[in-house]
Design a protein around this ligand. Structure first.
Ligand SMILES: *Cc1c(COP(=O)(O)O)cnc(C)c1O
Length: 508
C-alpha cells in the first residue's frame, strides 16, 4: 500500500455499473449482428500467421500505462470478427467442433459475472448443485444410469483422463496412488483400444506413468470397429506373461469416421476379464439415444465410465467436457485426499475431490441452460438432423462423377476428388500417389478459400476429405452446395499439379 493511496481507491481495472452497462450493451449488439451475419461471411480469413501477427502488432511490448477500456473492447471485437475461423458458420464442417448455442454464450457471461469457484460447495452453493443437476441430465439424455457420478471438465481429453484415472485407482488399488508405478499392483498395467483411438490415450499412458508402450492398439474390421477376437487374444497373452490388463477403451464414434465399437460385447468381455470398461463418447456419446443410430451405441450404458463432450454435440461454446462414472465413489477414490470416513461437510459435493482441478469455473451453467432450452426432444431433433444432413451430403457427393465417397457414419462423411481421367486407374499405385497429393492440395485451397470448411482423414493410406456436421445452423442448401465447390477446386488443383505449379504451404 503506497503512502499516496487516496481514501477512495480508484482501481484502474474497475468499471462503474453504468460504464459496464453501456459497454456491455454495445458488445451484445455487436455480437448479435455478428451472429446474424455469419452465413454471409467467409468461414475463414485464409491468412498466414505472419499476416495475422502484423494485423495484431504482435511485437508491441506490454503497455506501461492503461488504455481506455471501450477502445480496447472495440479493437478486440474488430480484430477477432475480421480474423477468425467461424465454427458457427453454417458451412463449417471441420474436425469436431460445434456451432455455439447463443444461450450458452450468455451463460458463460453470467458464469463469469457470478464467478463461483466450483471446487468447493461452500464457495459455490447453487453453482455446485446446478453442475450436479446438469451432469445427471446428461446421463439421462444418453441413457446412462442417472445415479452415476460425474464432473465437468474442459473437454474430451480431460474427460477421458478422468475415466482413465478412475480405472487405474479402481483396478490397481490405492497403492498406485502412494507407491506409484512400482507398487505391486501398479506394474505392467495394460490398456486396450482400437487403432482408431484418439491421441488422448497416448497422452494418458504417458503422463500418468504407464508409458505409451502400455497401450495395445487392436486392429479394426472393415467398418473401423475394434476386432473382438484380437482384443481377447491380446488380453489373454498379456495375462499369461504376468502383465496386468486393467482398461478397455471402447468408442461411441471414432474421431476419424464416427465408427461405433460393439459396445455391448465389450461390456461382456470386460466383465469376464475383470477390466474397467471406459467409453470414449466425446463425439458420438451424446447421440446415444437418437433414433436410427447403431444400437451398439447403447452399450455405453454398461460402461464403468464414459466421456462426453458438451462442446461437441450439445453445441456449447468451448470449453465443456463431462466425465461420468457408474459408481460415484470411483471419482473420490481416484482424486480425493480426504479419507472416505472423514466427511467434513456431509451431503455437500466438493468437486475438488472429483477430478484434477482445484479452483474450477462454472462451465456447467451453459449446459444447464441449453439442456432446458431445447429439452430432450430438441436435442434429439438437432442431433438427428445433423446425421440426416450428413447422409444427404454423402448421397449428393456420391452422385457426382468426379467424387468418390468412402464412409458415412453418425454425422461424418469421407470422400475425395477424382478427375474423370483417373477414375479407371483408381487403386493403382501411381494414381493413388497422385490422388493423395491432389486431395491434400485441394483441401488446403478449400480451407483457405472460406466457402466451406472440412478437414481430412487417412483411410488405408488414402488421403480423404472429412466433413463432420455438429452444426445446428447447417441447412440442406449448404450441404447441397458442397459437390460443386469440391469439383471446381478439384479441377483447379488437378490443373496446377499437372502443370507442376505447387501451391504454397497450406495454412489449414
Ligand atoms: C474430440 C475427441 C476427443 C478430444 O476431445 P477434446 O474436447 O478435443 O479434448 C477425444 N476422443 C474423441 C473420440 C473425440 O472425438
Amino acid at each position: 500500500m503506497t503512502d499516496t493511496m487516496p481514501e477512495d481507491r480508484v482501481p484502474p481495472i474497475n468499471l462503474s455499473p453504468s460504464q459496464f452497462r453501456e459497454m456491455g450493451h454495445r458488445l451484445i449488439d455487436q455480437i448479435a449482428d455478428l451472429l446474424g451475419s455469419l452465413p454471409a461471411r467467409p468461414v475463414t480469413p485464409g491468412c498466414l500467421p505472419t499476416e495475422i501477427q502484423k494485423t495484431l502488432n504482435a511485437t508491441t511490448p506490454l503497455p506501461e500505462k492503461g488504455t481506455d477500456p471501450q477502445a480496447l473492447l472495440d479493437r478486440a471485437f474488430a480484430l477477432l470478427s475480421e480474423n477468425s475461423l467461424y465454427n458457427g458458420h453454417p458451412r463449417f464442417w471441420g474436425y469436431i467442433t460445434a456451432s455455439a448455442a447463443p444461450l450458452g454464450i450468455l451463460g458463460d457471461c453470467l458464469a463469469a459475472a457470478i464467478n463461483p469457484n466450483v471446487g468447493a460447495w461452500k464457495l459455490s452453493p447453487m453453482a455446485t448443485e446446478m453442475e450436479a443437476q446438469a451432469i445427471r441430465w446428461i446421463a439421462e439424455l444418453i441413457g446412462y444410469p442417472a445415479d452415476c457420478g460425474g464432473v465437468m471438465v474442459s473437454g474430451g481429453n480431460m474427460a477421458n483422463f478422468v475415466g482413465f484415472l478412475a480405472a487405474r485407482a479402481a483396478k490397481a488399488g490405492q497403492a498406485i496412488r502412494t507407491a506409484g508405478g512400482s507398487s505391486d499392483t501398479g506394474r505392467g498395467l495394460r490398456v486396450y483400444s482400437s487403432q482408431e483411438g484418439h491421441t488422448w490415450i497416448q497422452k494418458a499412458a504417458d503422463l500418468f506413468g504407464l508409458g505409451t508402450d502400455a497401450i495395445r492398439w487392436i486392429a479394426t474390421d472393415r467398418e473401423q470397429r475394434i476386432d473382438l477376437s484380437e482384443l481377447e487374444r491380446e488380453i489373454m497373452r498379456d495375462k499369461q506373461s504376468g502383465l496386468r490388463p486393467f482398461l478397455v477403451v471402447g468408442h461411441a464414434g471414432t474421431v476419424s469416421t464416427g465408427a461405433i465399437d460393439p459396445l455391448p460385447q465389450l461390456a461382456v468381455l470386460c466383465r469376464a476379464h475383470d477390466l474397467w470398461f471406459h467409453v470414449d463418447g466425446a463425439y458420438g456419446g451424446l447421440a446415444a439415444s437418437v433414433p436410427g443410430v447403431s444400437p451398439d451405441i447403447r452399450g455405453l450404458a454398461q460402461a464403468d465410465s464414459v466421456a462426453v463432450d458438451p462442446h461437441k454435440w450439445l453445441y456449447q461454446p468451448l470449453e465443456a467436457g463431462c466425465a461420468l462414472v457408474r459408481r460415484p465413489e470411483a471419482l473420490r477414490n481416484a482424486f480425493s485426499y480426504h479419507p472416505p470416513y472423514y466427511r467434513f461437510d456431509d451431503e455437500a459435493i466438493n468437486y475438488v475431490d472429483y477430478g484434477l482441478q482445484n479452483s474450477r469455473g462454472f462451465r456447467a451453467l451453459k449446459v444447464w441452460l441449453t439442456l432446458q432450452q431445447a429439452g430432450r426432444e430438441g436435442y434429439m431433433w438437432m442431433i438427428g438432423d445433423d446425421i440426416a444432413l450428413s447422409r444427404e451430403m454423402h448421397d449428393c457427393l456420391a452422385r457426382d462423377p468426379e467424387i468418390e465417397v468412402f464412409t458415412q457414419k453418425l454425422s461424418i462423411t469421407t470422400f475425395r476428388y477424382v478427375p474423370e481421367d483417373r477414375r479407371a486407374t483408381i487403386g493403382e499405385p501411381d494414381t493413388e500417389v497422385f490422388l493423395n497429393k491432389l486431395n491434400e492440395d485441394l483441401l488446403g485451397h478449400l480451407q483457405d478459400g472460406g466457402e466451406a470448411f472440412v478437414s481430412n482423414a487417412v483411410l488405408d493410406g488414402r488421403y480423404v476429405m472429412r466433413a463432420c456436421i455438429v452444426n445446428f445452423r447447417t441447412t440442406r442448401a449448404d450441404v447441397r452446395a458442397l459437390p460443386e465447390i469440391v469439383t471446381r477446386l478439384g479441377r483447379e488443383s488437378d490443373r496446377r499439379l499437372r502443370s507442376g505449379i505447387h501451391a504454397p504451404e497450406s495454412t489449414g
